[in-house]
Design a binder for this molecule. Structure first.
Ligand code: TZP
Ligand code: MG
Length: 224
C-alpha cells in the first residue's frame, strides 16, 4: 500500500464525479460499476462522498474503487474521511468547512496527496490556500436536493471566488448537461471544471450521462 499516488494537475477537475451510494442503490448498481461507468464516460477525477456508510464497508468500497481508478489512471479522493483515505491509499481527501482543517489533513497525508476544500466565500478560499490545499470546490452554484445545506452562491458568487482564488476551482451544486455551459462559460481562467452528483448518478446510464456532460464541457472549451 505504498505505491505513489497520481500527481495532481488542475485539469483533472474538468469533469469531477462525486458518488452517492443511495442513488446507486436506487438504480440497482454497485459503487464499483458506477465509478467505472463514470470513468468510461469521461470523468477525470472521482470523489467518494458517503455520509452514512459504515467505516469497514467504506474502506472495502474505496479499496475496490482505487483498483479501478488506478487502472484508468484517474485520481480517487475521499470526502471527509482521512482515515478511509489512508487505509485505501487514496489520492487525496476533500473536506468541508466543518471537517478537519486542511492544514491538519496535509500534515496527516503528507505532501504528495491531493487536498480539496469546499468554499462559499473568498476568505475561505484564501484560508484553503494558506492551509496547503490543492484546489477549492465552490458552491452550491445552483439549488440542489443532493446536499442538506442548500444555500447557493450563484454564478456571480462563483466568479467572485474564482477571481480572488490562488487555487484552481471546481464548481458544484445543481450542475448538469443543461447548465454546465453557463458555468464553464464564465470564462474565469482558474475555473477548471464542474463537480456533479445527481446529473451523473441519479440516472439510468451513468456512462451515457457522463459522455453527454463531457461533450457539453468540451464544446465550451473549444468555443463553438
Ligand atoms: N456541495 C455543494 S452542492 C453539493 C455538494 C456536495 C451537492 C451537489 O450535488 P448535485 O446532485 O450535483 O447537485
Ligand atoms: Mg464534509
Amino acid at each position: 500500500n505504498v505505491a505513489p499516488g497520481l500527481k495532481f494537475h488542475p485539469d483533472d477537475l474538468f469533469l469531477y464525479a462525486v458518488t452517492d451510494s443511495g442513488m446507486n442503490s436506487k438504480w440497482g448498481r454497485s459503487m464499483t460499476d458506477a465509478v467505472e461507468a463514470a470513468i468510461k464516460g469521461g470523468a477525470t477525477i472521482v470523489q467518494l462522498r458517503e455520509k452514512q456508510m459504515e467505516t469497514r464497508e467504506f474502506i472495502e468500497t474505496a479499496t475496490a474503487c482505487m483498483e479501478i481508478c488506478r487502472r484508468h489512471k484517474i485520481p480517487l479522493l475521499i470526502n471527509d474521511r482521512v482515515d478511509v483515505a489512508l487505509a485505501c491509499n487514496a489520492d487525496g481527501v476533500h473536506v468541508g468547512q466543518s471537517d478537519m482543517q486542511a492544514r491538519t489533513v496535509r500534515a496527516l497525508l503528507g505532501p504528495g496527496k491531493i487536498i480539496g476544500v469546499s468554499c462559499k466565500t473568498t476568505a475561505q478560499g484564501e484560508q484553503a490556500w494558506m492551509d496547503g490545499a490543492d484546489y477549492i470546490g465552490c458552491g452550491g452554484v445552483f439549488p440542489t436536493s443532493t446536499k442538506k445545506d442548500n444555500t447557493t452562491i450563484g454564478l456571480e458568487g462563483l466568479k467572485e471566488i474564482c477571481v480572488a482564488s490562488k487555487l484552481p476551482v471546481v464548481a458544484i451544486g445543481g450542475i448538469g448537461i443543461g447548465n454546465a455551459d453557463l458555468v464553464l462559460g464564465t470564462g474565469v481562467k482558474n475555473l477548471k471544471g464542474v463537480a456533479v452528483v445527481s446529473a451523473l448518478f441519479d440516472r439510468e446510464s451513468v456512462e451515457g450521462e457522463t459522455k453527454k456532460l463531457r461533450s457539453v464541457l468540451e464544446r465550451v472549451l473549444s468555443g463553438v
